[in-house]
Structure formats: C-alpha cells, structure tokens
Design a protein around this ligand. Structure first.
Ligand SMILES: Nc1nc2c(c(=O)[nH]1)N[C@H]1C(S)=C(S)[C@@H](COP(=O)(O)O)O[C@H]1N2
Ligand SMILES: [Mo]
Length: 548
C-alpha cells in the first residue's frame, strides 16, 4: 500500500490551487503555511522546505541502487550486459554515422566514456523526474523506471552477444529501483503536507544515506563475488583501440566453399586451462619483461597503446587439433611487435627463449628467434577489430605466427621472462608435449560434409595451412585414384591458412575424398597418421560422400 497515494492530507491533487505557482504541488513555492503575500520569504524557505528536490534525490538514488544491483547480477551471471552496457551498446548500434563521427571529433578516444557519462546523466535526469512524480502518484514516477528498465531489458535481450541471461541484470535493476523509489515516496509523502516535518526530513536523510552506502557496498561486493566480471566487461566495452585500416580480407582471397576466410570472434575455437576466465582490468594490467635482459621493462596498457601498432592476419592452431579438426581459426590481430619491446629490453646473447606467464599461472616457452625475426610476433590487444574477447585473453595475449598455441599464444599475459630452455619447463612440457611446437603442414575438406550430394558437378573445398612456411599446392583424390590439383585462393601471407576448391564430377555411389597439401618448398604433407601428442597430428583428411 502506498502512503503517498492514500494520505488523506490536503494540499495534494490537481484540484489544489492554494500553493499558487506550484505545478507539481510539492512545495516549490512556499509550502504549507506559507504566505503568498510575502514574496520575500518564498525563495529561501521554499527551497529549503521544498519536497521536490528531496524527491528528485530519492529518484536518482533509487536509479543508482538499481544500477548497482544490475552490475552485481551481471557479475554473478558472467554476462557483460549491465544495464548501462545494454543501453550503450544498443545506442551505438543504432546511432547514425554522422553522430558517431561527431562524437569522435568532440571526444576523440574518450567517446565511449562520453557516451557512458551521457547515458548516466540522462538516466539521472529522468530518474529525478520520476522521483518527483512518485511522491504524488507512485505509479506515475514508477512508469519512468519501468520504461527505462524495459528499454534496457529489450536492448540486452536482442544483442547477439548477450546469451540467454543478458536481460536479467536490467530486469533486476528495474525491480530494485522500483522498490527503493517506493521507500522514498513513502518517506517524503508527509512532507508534502508539512514541509517542516522534522521526523520525515530526518527519515529522508537516513534513507538516502542508507541507500547510497548500500549501493556502494553492493557495487564493491559485486566486484569481489563476480570476480570483476561486470567491471571488466564494462572496461572492455569502453576501450577505444587503434582501428585496423580495414577489416576486409585481402583482395582476391575468397574461394568457393564453406569456411569463411575470417573466423568471427564468436566462432573462434577456445582452448585453455582456465576454469574461470581471468578478469583483468586494463587499468590494472601490467607486464614485466625481465630475466636475461639489459633493461627490465614494466608496461601498463596505456604504455602499450602509445607504441607503434601493427595489424596482421594470423591463423592460430591448437596442437590438439586432430586431422580434419576445427581447433584452428584465422583473425586480424592488432598489437605491438615483440621484436620492438624485446629490442628495448636488450636480450642477452645467451638467452634462447621466453617463458610467458598468464594471470592464472599458465606458462609457455617460445624460442626467442621466433620473436625477434620478421614474422611480426606480437602482444595482441585486439582481434578482428575488437578488444580481445575476455575468453581469448583480454586485455593482452601473445600471437606468434607459425607456432602452436601451447608454446606461444599465452592469454591474460602478465609476465615475460627472457631465459634459456634448459632453465625451465613450460606448462605442457612435463605433461608429455614437446618443448618446441612449430605448426605442421595440414589440410582439411570442409565441403561436401554431412550434406546430401547429387550426381554431377560438386564443389569440393577447404583450407590448407603451414604457417610461416606457406602452402604451394593442394591436391584432392577420389577413392584412392590419381591426385588432382585444386585451385588455391590468392595468398594473403604465409602466416594464414589458404582456401582451396576443386570441382568434382561426382558419380552415384559412396565415395571417399582425400586432400593433401604441399609446403612452399614443394614437400608434401606427411601421410602417416599420428595423434596430436607430443607435437601435432599428421595424416590425410578423408571424408565419405554418398552421392545420389
Ligand atoms: N593463459 C593461457 N593461455 C593459453 C592457454 C591456456 O591454457 N592458458 N592455452 C594455449 C593454447 S593450447 C592454445 S591452442 C591457444 C588458444 O587460443 P584461443 O583460445 O584464443 O583460440 O591459447 C594458448 N594460450
Ligand atoms: Mo592448444
């Protein structure tokens, strides 16, 4: 039951005219007992006694409490869709390009921060109006909260990256804000009739302080309980990284076939030992480069961004990939060359490796030579033009063209020690995997696969890779017959996979297709089958194709 609606006290309702100029009836003028013939007193007493500003404060505090609750829930659920992120993302998706350009012109790389501040200001203003309305008619004020929360819920629910629970934080935020708004409305209702009512004034102060402290505490608790997830998600969202000149695949690369040349971030395979994904705020990220160096380096995320940034297509592969498997993906990585950073540190001539360590204690051992040569090994902070997804190593990981991930691609990177292979074991080495892990030449058939094929011309297509060596030729054979040369898509660089396709005049019956690739020097793929351990699978990919 709502006291504000039920109070029989006079001085409320649209028929009440005795407050004179008082459009909302909340003591904007002189309040109860005031004297309209004494205009001199109106200003100060009116201001101090007035309910409206207290009601506005209550509205804003209710909204902030809702946002705090929403952040906690987002943290617990592991979704990045806090109410602000939900609204902000929906806004970014819909904003016309000219406005985006204007925002960038005005705020530069702070445009995302400006957007957040803007959203907060607009929300606060609306919440203040809601607070004022709620004192007289709770549901009139509550309606504003319902609409705002509704917008956030719909925005979160319709985002492609929000998952099934993305809307929950916004819903919880809305409900929390409604409950707190109700408390404020009740507290303030008596002041409408008697602005000098000391009990109610103190009550308002106590409630305000309580809500403010509780919101701050809940926000802090959320960071602990949620492992910083919401805060990291928001920080990631707010980052404005140097953009690659283009996200388009290099011209002429596309080939007929099922596998797109670029692997979208959401489809990119994920392999790691992290039960719970490390949550690192860019503002708290630090990298130490030390060990056998002339000068130890300590870098912050901002230090990294101040350096020369490179953008490079690299196909990452997992050593656990079986023949024909999908633990491989191609992305445009943006970051800073390890060659530059190690050059600054000055590695000792005796060093032959780095041991890189992640926040969660994973380690990889990488030959120093692969970081200092021309292959553009990097500390990557962006993937396909976006900040690294958290599960792919946010905020910074290593990418080394030509090496399996387990010996190079440390995610959530925090430490690089320049050292010697004979002085340490990386994570997978004592677990039965080779110390060195160059990627092996391999190839895969992607179509036809699991689809019905009709007799006649059929496109057979797939990918082949031999990162940092290059693929020179791909051949296909049917039922163990003669090898036939497939068409290779244009080369992007030797560090990416290569698409291939071949047209097969398919006869009826059950057939077996096989593929093999040749490296840049003309060596064929190893045909003998070997399992992934200890340093990568070999063998030819075969698919059975029934043709009607
Ligand atoms: N911190 C950390 N980084 C890691 C790993 C890990 O377990 N922990 N696994 C590695 C392995 S085995 C691979 S194949 C790649 C996979 O990177 P991705 O998950 O971004 O595809 O990350 C590498 N980096
Ligand atoms: Mo891997």
């Amino acid at each position: 039951m709502n006291q504000a609606d039920q109070s029989p006290a006079p001085g409320r309702g649209s028929t009440d005219v005795k407050h004179g100029y008082d459009p909302v009836g909340l003591g904007y003028d002189v309040g109860r007992g005031g004297n309209e013939s004494e205009p001199g007193r109106t200003g100060t007493r009116g201001w101090r006694d007035a309910v409206w500003w207290r009601a506005a404060v209550g509205g804003v505090l209710a909204a902030l409490a809702g946002l705090a609750a929403g952040s906690v829930v987002a943290g617990l659920l592991g979704t990045r869709q806090t109410p602000i992120v939900a609204i902000g993302s929906a806004f970014i998706d819909r904003v016309p390009p000219w406005l985006k350009d204007l925002a960038i012109a005005w705020f530069g790389t702070n445009d995302k921060t400006a957007l957040r501040v803007g959203i907060l200001l607009v929300l606060s203003a609306l919440a203040a109006v809601g607070g004022v309305l709620a004192v007289r008619r709770y549901w009139a004020g509550a309606l504003i909260t319902v609409v705002l929360a509704g917008v956030a819920v719909v925005a979160a629910a319709t985002r492609p990256d929000s998952g099934q629970t993305g809307f929950v934080p916004s819903a919880v935020a809305g409900i929390t804000a409604l409950l707190i708004l109700r408390l404020f409305a009740r507290r303030l209702a008596p002041l409408v009739d008697d602005p000098a009512d000391g009990v109610s004034r103190r009550g308002f102060l106590q409630l305000s302080a309580g809500v403010a402290i509780a919101s701050a505490a809940i926000g802090a608790l959320g960071r602990v309980v949620g492992g910083n997830r919401a805060a990291v998600a928001e920080a990631r969202e707010a980052l404005n990284l140097p953009k690659p000149p283009t996200l388009d695949p290099p011209a002429g690369v596309q080939a007929d076939g099922a596998t797109p040349w670029v692997t979208p971030n959401v489809d990119f395979y994920r392999i790691d030992t992290a039960l719970s994904v490390p949550q690192i705020l860019p503002s708290e990220w630090k990298l130490r480069i030390h060990g056998m160096v002339d000068r130890e380096l300590e870098l912050t995320f901002d230090d990294l961004l101040k350096r020369q940034v490179v953008h490079k297509w690299v196909t990452l592969t997992c050593v656990s990939n079986e023949v024909g498997g999908d633990l491989i993906g191609n992305a445009l990585w943006s970051g800073v060359l390890l060659k530059d950073l190690l050059g600054e540190a000055g590695p000792s001539g005796d060093a032959d490796a780095i041991k890189s360590t992640s926040k969660d204690g994973f380690t990889a051992g990488t030959p120093l030579s692969t970081l200092l040569d021309d292959r553009q090994s990097m500390l990557a902070f962006a993937m396909n033009g976006e900040p690294l997804p958290v599960e792919h190593g946010f905020p910074v990981r290593i990418v080394v063209p030509g090496l399996y991930g387990y010996v190079s691609a440390t995610k959530w990177l925090t430490d690089i020690e320049v050292t010697r292979f004979d002085r340490f074991d990386a994570y997978w080495t004592p677990r039965g995997w080779s110390e060195l892990g160059p990627i092996k030449l391999s190839s895969r058939i992607d179509v036809p696969y699991g689809t019905k094929v009709t007799a006649g011309p059929v496109t057979v297509a797939g990918v082949a890779w031999d990162q940092h060596v290059g693929v020179s030729k791909v051949e296909v054979r049917v039922d163990g017959g003669p090898w036939q040369q497939a068409t290779l898509a244009a080369d992007a660089s030797i560090d990416t996979w290569r698409q291939w396709h071949w047209t097969w005049d398919a006869p009826r019956g059950n057939h077996v297709l096989q593929v093999r690739a040749f490296d840049a020097k003309g060596n064929p793929q190893v045909e003998a089958s070997a399992p992934p351990a200890p340093n990568g699978s070999t063998g030819l990919h075969s698919v059975n194709v029934p043709v009607d």
